[in-house]
Design a protein around this ligand. Structure first.
Ligand SMILES: *Cc1c(COP(=O)(O)O)cnc(C)c1O
Length: 330
């Protein structure tokens, strides 16, 4: 499956909860159908929307496991709070995800495929005068999509470094909200057209942050360097999982700022990778900086990147022990 078809097939059943009068309603499982939003709905005018992205994996043992459901539900609650949307209780969202996986269980593909789950929260109040007010009503829903690999994992990526334009704004770095992706779109499209880049690595002022939908890691022998958590970027659940697995396997982790000049200087001698629910851990083979292409290592998928990726997938698929309680069987 290619990047363009990732997410285009939607399973027939979704879960919905409506927020009105100060609380979320009981969850309804219903057929996927157009939402029937009012043209004056808050989300359509003032961008009151956030989402999550997580996966359920089918193991060889037949068990379907959702990966780090609690973390994703907590992050959605954080996003809602920053966007002044009603905050969905973690228990409500985790129940909705489990319900959707159970209802669409037959659609969970065999590995390397997975069921991608997409919780969405939108402001629905009918009021075009509410630019400066939060939406008093909202809709929370979860849809599911059977997916393959987002990136062909054997192919290393070409990543263009953007040092002028930011991916997001300081207050929304940690939030999965539509505006961030709209902001990155034109920049990514230009990098693709001009340099054949697969992704853009945003590094405003030379500070290496992340790409449009994945976190960045530099892997130098048994050392991983990645940006320390701050408010400027999205705190990936995959990032945290890879770092945890790597630490367990004896890696040293340095969470600190990385500059563009450091990654360019070290590129010939290290591996670089992008982590994310869709990307898993995708190898970076080339950087493009100011029109110049720099090869990372020998340009192919690094052995450590491949090994870490396989270790994570093994936990997700129930083929390796889940020592951290990361998986929820449905
Ligand atoms: C979703 C996302 C990530 C990766 O987060 P995961 O929890 O690992 O899927 C990284 N950066 C951005 C901007 C994202 O939207």
């Amino acid at each position: 499956m290619t990047a363009t078809s990732f997410g285009s097939i939607i399973c027939p059943t979704m879960a919905v909860s409506l927020f009105d009068g100060g609380r979320f309603s009981a969850v309804a499982l219903q057929p996927v159908a157009p939402l029937g939003l009012h043209p004056a709905a808050h989300v359509l005018h003032y961008g009151s929307a956030c989402f999550e992205g997580l996966k359920a994996h089918r193991g060889r043992d037949g068990v379907v496991r959702v990966f780090r459901l609690d973390r994703h539900a907590q992050r959605m609650a954080g996003s809602a709070e920053l966007l002044c949307l009603p905050v969905p209780p973690v228990d409500l969202l985790t129940a909705m995800v489990r319900d959707v996986v159970a209802a669409n269980r037959d659609a969970v593909p065999e590995p390397p495929g997975a069921l991608y789950l997409r919780p969405v929260l939108i402001g629905t109040e009918q009021n075009i005068g509410a630019a400066a007010h939060p939406s008093s009503t909202a809709m929370l829903y979860v849809i599911a999509s059977p997916v393959g690999d987002y990136f062909d994992s054997s192919r290393s990526l070409t990543v263009a470094i953007e040092t002028e334009l930011p991916r997001t704004t300081p207050q929304f770095g940690q939030v999965k909200t539509g505006a961030n992706y709209a902001m990155a779109l034109g920049i990514t499209r230009r990098a693709r057209a001009e340099h054949g880049a697969d992704q853009v690595l945003f590094a405003p002022g030379g500070d290496v942050q992340e790409t449009g939908a994945s976190n960045f890691m530099l892997i130098d022998g048994e050392l991983i360097v990645t940006k320390a958590l701050d408010r400027s970027f999205l705190h990936g659940v995959t990032r945290d999982s890879i770092l945890t697995i790597a630490r367990e396997s004896g890696y040293q982790i340095e969470e600190r700022d990385l500059s563009v000049s450091e990654i360019i200087e070290r590129a010939p001698d290290v591996e670089m990778a992008l982590s994310g629910t869709a990307a898993v851990l995708a190898p970076v083979g080339r950087l493009v900086h100011q029109g110049r292409t720099i090869t990372v290592g020998d340009g192919s998928a690094g052995v450590r990147t491949t090994k870490l990726r396989e270790s994570l997938l093994a936990v997700q698929r129930g083929e390796a022990p889940d020592r951290w309680g990361w998986t929820t069987a449905v």
